[in-house]
Design a protein around this ligand. Structure first.
Ligand code: PFF
Length: 471
């Protein structure tokens, strides 16, 4: 059944689109997760593999996602479905990934919001106490939930206003703010005596640290950080005007995202080493180690800490609105809902998942799903399994099921712009990337400790595939 579609929303300006897409890419993945993964996986070796994944896999997939989205003018499910119904499941898998990421992302966003206030109200009183403060805060039954709700309401307010009036308008202000805030922190951090050791940690590789796990962590992170493998960039591409140069825009977005991650590393590690702290602190890194650093800075500490968590919140917000948009666009395109209703409805369900995630840090810590708590369930399922599989499916779809001429037409805006590397890109997408992801994923997914969770994830994808034509 073909529904009458009204004129599709568009980005207002190129700058607005760039900020929104870079805003989606730069998020908790860059400032919260990238530093702790780097810390856990041996510093610069992890960064090198990560940069390889970004340059040879991520960039090409981003170009492909934009091309598919703009070609079809539909968000991910519709985009796949309109070309080939057997592929609908790949789009649905993406929406599901968006949903699940939203099951934990706003919880961390809420922590960040809370830490803005806490920076000024005693968080930094004792550098030795930041771990205890963090552990007690996240395990509390009510306080983190209140912050998660506030954080989600901000998301709803922006997404309900639509593409150019909401997402684009917010990103145009928030993203430049983020870069300025990060620069302030870096300039302060690298001037501490002993900061050089942190720079060496970031930029001098120790190859003995590489394992199968490092590979999957780097691959998963490259998808997560670029918002790939779940149809987000397909959706953002569907609002892109025909005359926009896709490869050039994608390159700028990837460059900004990489800069964002490296800047976060530069903001944290030099100061961390200068104060003799532990780089492998895990997910608590920015909430435990960073406040402890600021606590040692004297009277400017609280204000620097406020600036840092403001940056983190801003980064998170421009990403989670894109995650929400994936779900909302699906409801608008495929279920015929209006934007406001779609936004409210999906947020209510998301809130339910966030409550479970947040409580899994304390009250519900004994409740396990496939051997892990709710927070880790949503995180591992998406980051370690769904995104990589989603990215691989997209390249197979673009490389083998779409017409080469159509892709070329899209990437050159109907011949109006040059894309000299088209053949290289096409071959990467068609042959190289599916194979590399396949190898990384087999090595990495097999290394996931929670075997039952791994089987559950793969089983879910299989079932979706089986019923693809009915979705
Ligand atoms: N790229 C975001 C980050 O680095 O935090 C997270 C994200 C946003 C992942 C949107 C996926 C997505 F579709």
């Amino acid at each position: 059944m073909k529904r009458e579609r009204t004129q599709r929303e568009n980005w207002g300006t190129r700058f607005g689109f760039l900020m929104a897409a870079a805003g989606s890419a730069i998020g908790l993945g860059n400032i919260w997760r990238f530093p702790y993964l780097t810390g856990e996986h041996g510093g610069s070796v992890f960064i090198i593999i990560y940069l390889f994944c970004i340059a040879f896999i991520g960039l090409s997939i981003m170009i492909a996602e934009f091309a598919v989205g703009r070609r079809t003018s539909l968000a991910s499910v519709g985009a796949y479905k309109s070309q080939n119904r057997s592929w609908t499941f790949a789009g649905v898998l993406g929406v599901l990934s968006g949903f699940f990421i939203m099951g934990f992302y706003p919880v961390v966003g809420g922590w960040s919001l809370a830490y803005m206030l806490k920076s000024l109200t005693g968080l930094l009183a004792n550098p030795g106490a930041t771990a205890d403060i963090f552990n007690a805060f996240v395990a509390a039954p009510v306080e983190p939930l209140i912050w998660t709700v506030i954080y989600l309401v901000l998301n709803v307010a922006i997404v309900a206003r639509g593409i150019s009036g909401g997402i684009e308008a917010a990103s145009k202000v928030l993203m430049p703010t983020l870069f300025v805030l990060l620069i302030v922190i870096i300039v302060k951090g690298v001037t501490f005596p002993g900061a050089g050791e942190g720079l060496a940690y970031l930029f001098r590789p120790d190859w003995s640290q590489v394992t199968g796990n490092t590979l999957l962590a780097a691959l998963g992170q490259s998808f997560f950080t670029l918002s790939l493998g779940m149809g987000c960039m397909i959706t953002y591409g569907s609002y892109l005007r025909k005359e926009e140069n896709i490869p050039a825009n994608a390159l700028s977005i990837v460059a900004m995202d990489t800069m964002g991650a490296l800047m976060a590393g530069l903001a944290i590690f030099p100061a961390l080493f200068a104060f003799g702290m532990e780089p492998a602190a895990g997910p608590g890194l920015v909430f435990v180690v960073v406040p402890a650093i600021f606590a040692r800075m004297g009277s400017i500490g609280p204000i620097m800490s406020l600036v840092f968590f403001a940056a983190l919140t801003v980064a998170a917000l421009t990403s989670s609105i894109s995650l929400l948009e994936v779900v909302v666009a699906y409801l608008i395109d495929e279920r015929g809902m209006d934007r406001k209703r779609a936004t409210y409805l999906s947020s209510i369900v998301i809130m339910g998942m966030c409550v479970l995630s947040s409580l899994s840090m304390g009250t519900l810590s004994g409740v396990k799903l496939f051997g892990v708590g709710f927070f880790d369930f949503f995180d591992i399922l998406t980051d370690k399994i769904f995104l990589a599989v989603g990215g691989m499916l997209l390249t197979i779809f673009a490389g083998w099921f779409m017409k080469k001429e159509d892709l070329k037409d899209e990437l050159t805006s109907g011949g109006a712009v040059e894309f000299g590397l088209f053949e290289l890109w096409y071959n990467l997408v068609k042959y190289f990337i599916p194979v590399v992801i396949g190898v990384f994923a087999i090595v990495g997914i097999a290394a996931i400790e929670q075997k039952s969770l791994m089987f559950f994830g793969l089983f879910l994808i299989f079932v979706l595939g089986l019923f693809s034509k009915k979705l």
